[in-house]
Design a protein around this ligand. Structure first.
Ligand code: ARG
Length: 693
């Protein structure tokens, strides 16, 4: 590739030939400057110790902190018998010879490698400046054979977000959306062919409920205006009615029970000798009247329930009709679904996300559920239980997963049944190499049951589920670490929290009137900042951990927040506008003029970015990227303040006060490379880097 020619030219200037490659060792010098170094290190250590290249490659690791080296070799990992590791470390350090690496440091059983600053700057900055938005990413990883570009991309389905149409789009769905969006970006950057799939909760008895509710409380106009909100309101109201109905029946039954106990009290125990017998319980005429009254009321309620079915029963029947394809029953449902998807699409666009496939529980075909049910029965996995069908997983080697219903008495399906059938349907549609489900940890049991059942079903089902993975994530709590609940009024809807964060960011922007005037579309920028705030907060810990949704903290510019990342990016952009160094000068600058230790540290950090990407591809934790970006931006900001040791007043890394045009170009190239890496990292996380704020 052209890139590789360029790199070879750079190396030739440094007196080196092509970066070494070894059969069976996956190095990507075309994407990763550190892999150029790995090549030379492997070559040298192989020469000194005769250990196989692949073993050396696995042994060489990167460091947590640059003060421990750019790369490190723990000598025992070479698995050489007969030699003391600390002696071998000294031997390797002494015999090592590579013009772009300092003489290695033997430190007990470690050999530490420090890359020489000037050649590193020449290499790493070139990668960043020439590969631009592609720098750091490695599109070979997703190929069927990473060493053969002709081998074709592997296909990945990520199922995420998956809200329920009637219910609120809550923070759990938001997390699934954010994490899923990240997975898609990560795998695409690694060269996979990805499909974003939304599996809507758009089927089940609750749609019988919702349709009834809409008849009673719905408004076509409201539905058109804000379908998500309106359907949720309707759903809440009809559920309240349902609860009230059931509560009344329960109250009467309890009252009757109580009165009957009073009427026929349990026989008193025989009094002990010498003790007075307990007084006869009194049963008044008035109580008798009350009992008759309550009994009559209860009978009426029960009779009503038979003649006029409860809301719950009606919902069940309604859903049965929907399942049977009754057009009349389906008419609302289709409309609810279409309008909701339209509204979701808008909201996802704000988050930088677009779905390729809106599937849903409703799209799972009856025949596929029937087919799965047949397999379950034939293979003795399911059993009959009072007319319903269950699977008792404790009988199939999974005692913790217990019993679970797969078919109701009336023949209708369940959430679980639909997941089972959908899994294979998706394979038939996409022939994926991998599928990831991003689902909240509250559903771990459900997911484990559904995976286990498909595994028990045998091929082809078990082959497909073997390609699948469930990535689960923790809960979002309120700022005090308490569980959010609708009852407590602490559940924040996505729309509300986006709006609140938007307001907060807009207020901050307005404080600097001069800058504010320069921002082209302040509303859009405030929105981008708000979304960055929310996303970065979400990414700040491991996915499986819970976190507290804290508006004040996430919208702050202090500390490791989304607004801080955006600020760092906008600051470099502003510097670039002022300095106005032409692009070709950046690309051809003499990077050896970057001599301040802060600048060298930043170069070293920028060289690490492709390795950070690679590591993120392994951990699949957005926090891996985020931690690096914050570390890098801190190094960047220490460059702005760097002072010359000989002249305490001069800012040695200031572009505006650079002592020569050459120095200015070199510094600006470094800052531009940093901006590029920051932007690439932010985009990988799904953030839109802003140029002004
Ligand atoms: N709609 C579900 C909910 O909101 C999440 C769906 C998760 N995905 C799945 N295949 N079960 O709870």
């Amino acid at each position: 590739t052209a890139d590789m020619d360029d790199i070879s030219t750079q190396l030739q200037k440094l007196g080196l030939s092509q970066p070494p490659v070894f059969p069976g060792v996956q190095l990507f010098p075309q994407y990763n400057p550190v892999d150029v170094y790995r090549g030379y290190i492997i070559e040298q250590i192989n020469r000194i110790t005769s250990v196989e290249p692949s073993i050396i490659n696995n042994a060489v690791a990167w460091t947590q902190d640059l003060k421990h080296g750019d790369l490190v070799l723990p000598v025992p990992a070479l698995r050489l018998k007969g030699k003391k590791p600390d002696e071998l470390a000294v031997e390797i350090a002494n015999q090592f010879d590579c013009p772009i690496i300092e003489k290695p440091v033997a430190d007990k059983t470690f050999v530490r490698f420090f890359f020489k600053p000037a050649p590193l700057a020449h290499l790493a900055l070139r990668y960043a400046l020439s590969q631009k938005t592609a720098y750091g990413f490695n599109p070979s990883l997703g190929l069927h054979d990473p060493s053969n570009p002709e081998s074709g991309k592997k296909k990945l389905i990520v199922e995420y977000s998956s809200p329920n149409i009637a219910k609120e789009f809550h923070t759990g769905h938001l997390r699934s959306t954010i994490i899923g969006g990240f997975m898609v970006k990560l795998y695409s950057a690694a060269g996979w062919d990805t499909v974003s799939m939304n599996y809507l909760g758009d089927w089940g008895k609750q749609y019988g409920m919702l349709s009834q509710g809409f008849e009673k409380y719905g408004s076509e106009a409201e539905l058109e205006r804000d379908p998500i909100k309106h359907l949720n309101e309707v759903y809440v109201k009809i559920n309240q009615d349902n609860a009230a109905e059931q509560k009344e029946a329960k109250r009467l039954a309890e009252k009757k029970d109580e009165l009957e106990k009073l009427k026929n009290p349990p026989k008193p125990k025989k009094p002990a000798k010498g003790e007075a017998p307990p007084p006869e319980p009194k049963w008044t005429d008035e109580q008798e009247r009350e009992l008759q009254d309550v009994t009559a009321q209860l009978e009426k309620v029960q009779e009503d329930l038979v003649q006029k079915p409860s809301i719950d029963e009606k919902a069940r029947r309604f859903f049965k009709r929907m399942s049977d394809g009754d057009q009349e029953a389906l008419k609302y449902w289709q409309k609810f679904r279409d309008l909701s998807i339209e509204a979701y699409t808008h909201m996802y666009a704000r988050l930088n996300i677009a779905f390729d496939d809106y599937s849903g529980e409703s799209t799972v075909k009856q025949e596929d559920m029937d087919r799965a049910a047949e397999v379950l029965e034939k293979r003795g996995i399911s059993e009959d239980s009072k007319g319903a069908v269950i699977v008792d997983l404790s009988k199939h080697g999974a005692p913790k997963l217990g019993k679970t219903l797969v078919r109701k008495k009336d023949g209708t399906s369940l959430y679980l049944t639909r997941d089972i059938a959908a899994n294979y349907e998706r394979y038939e549609k996409y022939h994926f190499d991998k599928m990831i489900y991003i689902v909240a940890s509250q559903q771990d049991v459900h997911m484990a049951q559904f995976f286990k059942i498909l595994e028990l079903m045998g091929p082809p089902y078990s082959d497909v589920i073997a390609k699948c993975e469930n990535i689960s994530f923790g809960m979002v709590k309120d700022p005090h670490g308490q569980t959010m609940s609708t009852r407590k009024g602490t559940v924040v809807s996505l729309a509300d929290s986006l709006d609140a964060a938007h307001e907060a960011m807009h207020e901050v922007m307005k404080k600097n009137a001069d800058k504010y005037e320069q921002v082209q579309d302040p509303e859009a920028t405030a929105d981008t900042l708000a979304i960055s705030a929310i996303m970065v907060q979400d990414y700040s810990g491991k996915m499986i951990n819970n976190y507290n949704f804290d508006m004040d903290r996430m919208t702050s510019f202090e500390g490791d927040t989304g607004p801080y990342l955006q600020y760092s990016h906008a600051r470099v952009c502003s510097m670039e506008r002022k300095a106005a160094v032409p692009r070709h000068e950046l690309e051809n600058a003499d990077y050896s003029l970057i001599t301040a230790k802060e600048g060298i540290e930043l170069v070293r950090a920028l060289a690490q970015w492709p390795d950070v990407f690679l590591n993120t591809y392994k951990t699949r934790e957005p926090v891996t990227v985020l931690t690096y970006l914050f570390k890098m931006t801190h190094l960047l900001s220490s460059c702005y303040d760097a002072k010359d040791t000989s002249n305490k007043n001069a800012k040695t890394m200031s572009v505006m006060y650079a002592e020569s045009p050459e120095k200015k170009a070199a510094l600006m190239a470094l800052y531009d490379a940093a901006r590029q890496v920051l932007a690439n990292g932010m985009r990988l996380l799904g953030l839109k880097p802003v140029e002004r704020m």
